[in-house]
Design a protein. Sequence first.
Length: 394
Amino acid sequence: MTLRSDSQEATDVSDRARDLKRSTIRVLFDAADKNPDAIRLEVGEPSFTTPAHIIEAAADAAASGFTRYGPNGGLTSLRELLVEKIRSVNGFTPSIEQVVVTPGAMNGLYSIYAALLNPGDEVLLPTPGFPNMDETVRLLGGKPVFYGLDKSDDYLPDPEEIASLVSPRTKVLFLNTPSNPTGTVIPPDRIEAILSVTAAQGVWVISDEVYDQLILDDDLPYLSPGSVDESLPVISVYSFSKVYSMTGWRVGYLVAPPPLADILRKLQEPQVSCTSTISQKAAEAALTGPREPIEAMRSAYVANRDFAWTRLTDLGLSGYRTQGTFYMLIEVSESGLAPIEFSLRLLEEHSVAVAPGEVFGPAGKTVVRISLANDKEKIGHGIEAIAKFISELN
């Protein structure tokens, strides 16, 4: 038998796997892991433990025998609860056949692109925007086309720019509200204007709303694109990860037109078979259990946002006062460094880890993102370190 060399095994991988770029944020993540004293403001997940009643429900479910395979598209009992959640929170009422439960929203997004894209199809993506979407599109043979989010317009998508970017190959527009990393909540009139463009051009809309219950300003109107006109080709994407602090449980869910929902359920089988049944029973407890722990987490993010914004402005830094999510963008262009170099040196010299703007696409080249899912002392220290480092560089 002839053994393969390491170099031969490396050349045997597919072109798409070899060309896949590693997320820049993971470079920072790995570097920060080597510094046990680092203040971790780069991590995009809640700092809270999953509420106790959710954990207890999962343990009870496992003891009761919910340890076997489930349906490809999710337990009927969970999907029934999700129909009611979407009605009460997102403003429309899908049929249970339209709801597909996935092992996290990321898997759901992958399945959507796998279902819709043929080689060379274009996907309109926001920048600064959610990391990994451009690489996911490329991995599945699509072509990312970026539309800009300008700080002078509160990082809102421009319907006219979107219309100008639509080509005969445009298949999908990706929207994210509230947005990671900007924290912007897209107002209803802007949502409606964008849907007018996509409807006229026959473009699918993927509406990523995983932070739908983490809007930090009570007076902000919120409109789910899926509620505007249920005849439009809109796919809504949600998750338990952020709102309920359940990132490791891996439960997301989608709402799609019935024919596409059938295909998405079918795609689950060769990918993952099904979502963990134990995690799905935990998700049911999240939906039916007490709201106090969930509201307490949101209140903490509001307090941290307000504290961070005051500290930011007091130190003379420029950024964006986030409206939703638990992130905040901070301008670092005055440092004279690219965000990735700024972030690596900030970690090395001040032991503070932040997410570099390059990970958020072409328009992220002047900013870093901090997470507000931390205690105020660490957030304050991190912002002070950013201000001090910029001053040192100047």
